[in-house]
Ligand binder design. Structure first.
Ligand code: SF4
Length: 447
C-alpha cells in the first residue's frame, strides 16, 4: 500500500537540511509520495524508516532482467504514466519469433539477422534484443532442436521459450539454464509444472490469461509458488486492445499500487503483413510494452522501431549531449579546416557524419551549450559571440592549427562580425546552414 506524503514525512529526520535538494523534509516527502524522488537522496534517513519506506518508494513495476552478460535487457522499474512527468526508464525489448515449424534455412536467416541487427545511432547501440522460440508444432523434440540451434548460433542473445507444455519447456530451457531466459506460457492450468521448470533453470516466467482479473489472480498464484520475476500478457488481440490493456495495467500498478499487475508487459505484435506488424509494434513501444514480439527482422523495420524506441525512452529533461572538446575527424593536420558546432548529440553526430562523408580531415570544435542545437542555443544565449570566442581561446586549438580561420554554422551567420571582434586575428567564415551541404562545401575549399 502506498504511503501518503504526510505519512512519509513522519518517518523523515525533519531537520530541513536541504541535502536532498528540496527546501524542506515535507517537500521531499511529497515528491517521494508522487514517485518523483527516491529515498536515497536523503543521507540522514534512519534504517528503520528505510525499511518502512522501502516498499513505498520501490518502483511500482517490478524490475526484471532478461538474458545475461553484455546483451542483458532490463525491464520494469517504471514510475510514471506519461513520459513528461519524469521519464520512461527501461526501453521496450524487441524479440523476433522463430517457430519450431519453420524451415532450417529460414530459422538460420532470422538468427543471423538478429546477430547482425546492431546499429549505432547518436552514440547508442541499438539492436534486436531477444529471440522468442515458439512451440508451434506442440512437439517437445522440435522445440528442443530449435532451442539448441539458437543457443549455439546466438549464445549471447536473450531467449524466450514459448510453450504451454512443461515437458517441451524443460527440453528447450535446459539450453539456456542460468542465462536469464524467460519461460513464457504459464497459465492457470499448467502453473505448478511450468514454475518448477523455470525454477530449475533460474528463468523468469511469462504468465498469460484472458482479462485483467484472471491475470491478477494468476500472478498471485505464481508468486505463491515461489517466483516473483514475471512478465504478464493480457492476451491483447488487436492494437486497440493492446493500448487499452497496457494502459489499465500501468494505471493499476502506478496510480493504485496494485501489486498483482505490477510487472512488465509482453505483447505479441506478430502479423503476416510486415508494415502492419511495424505499426502494431510501434503502438506497444509508445504504450507501455516491455517486450514486443515480432515475426521478422528487416533493416527498414529495425530502423523505424529502434528510432521510435530511442525517442520515447530518452529522458525529456536531459538533452542528449556529447563532451565539449575539439574532435578530430579523419587524419587531421595543422592545415585542416576548423568547424564549430554545439554539443547536442544529434547535431554532433549529423555534422561529424557529413564531415566524414566529405573525406576532408577536419577539426570539429564542439561547444557545451547544455545539449541544445545551434539555433536553440543561440536563441537561449548559450552560443554567443563572446562564449564562442572564449571557448576557442581556452581550447588551445590556436596552437594546433597553422591558420586562424573558424567556420561557423550558416544559421548563426549573424555572429560572424562580433566573433571577429572578440577573437583577434581570426577570420570567421560562414559555412552552410544545413549539415548535408558540408561535404560539397569542404571539398570545394580543399580543391
Ligand atoms: Fe529532510 Fe533528509 Fe531532505 Fe534533509 S535531506 S531536508 S533531512 S529529507
Amino acid at each position: 500500500m502506498a504511503l501518503s506524503g504526510v505519512e512519509i514525512f513522519k518517518l523523515l529526520p525533519k531537520t530541513n537540511c536541504k541535502k536532498c535538494g528540496h527546501p524542506t523534509c515535507l517537500a521531499f516527502a511529497m515528491k517521494l509520495a508522487q514517485r518523483q524522488a527516491t529515498l536515497d537522496a536523503c543521507p540522514d534517513v534512519s534504517e528503520e524508516a528505510k525499511q518502512v519506506l522501502g516498499e513505498a518508494s520501490a518502483p511500482p513495476i517490478r524490475p526484471i532482467t532478461l538474458g545475461s552478460g553484455d546483451l542483458a535487457v532490463k525491464m520494469g522499474e517504471e514510475t510514471v504514466l506519461f513520459r513528461h512527468e519524469k521519464k520512461f526508464v527501461n526501453p521496450s525489448a524487441i524479440a523476433v519469433a522463430i517457430k519450431d515449424t519453420e524451415a532450417d534455412d529460414a530459422a538460420d536467416a532470422k538468427i543471423d539477422a538478429v546477430n547482425s541487427s546492431e546499429i549505432d545511432r547518436v552514440g547508442q547501440k541499438l539492436r534486436v534484443d531477444a529471440i522468442a522460440i515458439m512451440n508451434e508444432s506442440g512437439d517437445a523434440s522440435k522445440l528442443e532442436a530449435l532451442a539448441q540451434k539458437v543457443a549455439q548460433k546466438a549464445p549471447n542473445v536473450a531467449a524466450i521459450v514459448c510453450t504451454e507444455n512443461a515437458d517441451a519447456a524443460e527440453a528447450a530451457l535446459k539450453n539456456f539454464s542460468g542465462k536469464g531466459a524467460l519461460l513464457y506460457g504459464v497459465t492457470d492450468a499448467n502453473a505448478e509444472a511450468m514454475v518448477n521448470v523455470a525454477k530449475a533453470h533460474k528463468a523468469s516466467v511469462g504468465v498469460k490469461a484472458d482479462g485483467l482479473d484472471a491475470l491478477s489472480a494468476l500472478t498471485e498464484k505464481v508468486k505463491g509458488l515461489g517466483i516473483d520475476d514475471m512478465v504478464i500478457d493480457p492476451q491483447s488481440k488487436t492494437a486497440k486492445d493492446m493500448i487499452e490493456n497496457n494502459t489499465l495495467i500501468r494505471r493499476a500498478a502506478i496510480k493504485k499500487s496494485f501489486k498483482p499487475l505490477g510487472f512488465p508487459v509482453i505483447n505479441f505484435a506478430t502479423r503476416d503483413d510486415s508494415m502492419l506488424e511495424t505499426l502494431v509494434a510501434s503502438v506497444g513501444i509508445c504504450k507501455f510494452a516491455s517486450i514486443i514480439v515480432i515475426n521478422s527482422v528487416e533493416k527498414w523495420k529495425n530502423l523505424a522501431l529502434f528510432t521510435l524506441r530511442q525517442n520515447i525512452y530518452t529522458d525529456p529533461q536531459v538533452p542528449m549531449q556529447v563532451e565539449q572538446k575539439i574532435y578530430e575527424v579523419g587524419d587531421v593536420t595543422a592545415d585542416s579546416p576548423l568547424l564549430i558546432t554545439t554539443n547536442f548529440s544529434l547535431t554532433y553526430f549529423i555534422v561529424s557524419g557529413e564531415v566524414e562523408n566529405s573525406r576532408v580531415p577536419t577539426h570539429l570544435a564542439v561547444m557545451d551549450c547544455e545539449g541544445l542545437s545551434v539555433l536553440t542555443a543561440w536563441a537561449a544565449g548559450k552560443f554567443t559571440a563572446g562564449k564562442i570566442a572564449e571557448f576557442i581561446k581556452e581550447s588551445g586549438i590556436a596552437d594546433k592549427v597553422s591558420h586562424k580561420e573558424l567556420i561557423l554554422p550558416g544559421y548563426v551567420a549573424i555572429l560572424s562580425g562580433a566573433i571577429e571582434e572578440k577573437l583577434e586575428g581570426w577570420k570567421i567564415t560562414v559555412g552552410p546552414r544545413e549539415a548535408n551541404a558540408l561535404p560539397a562545401f569542404l571539398k570545394s575549399r580543399a580543391a
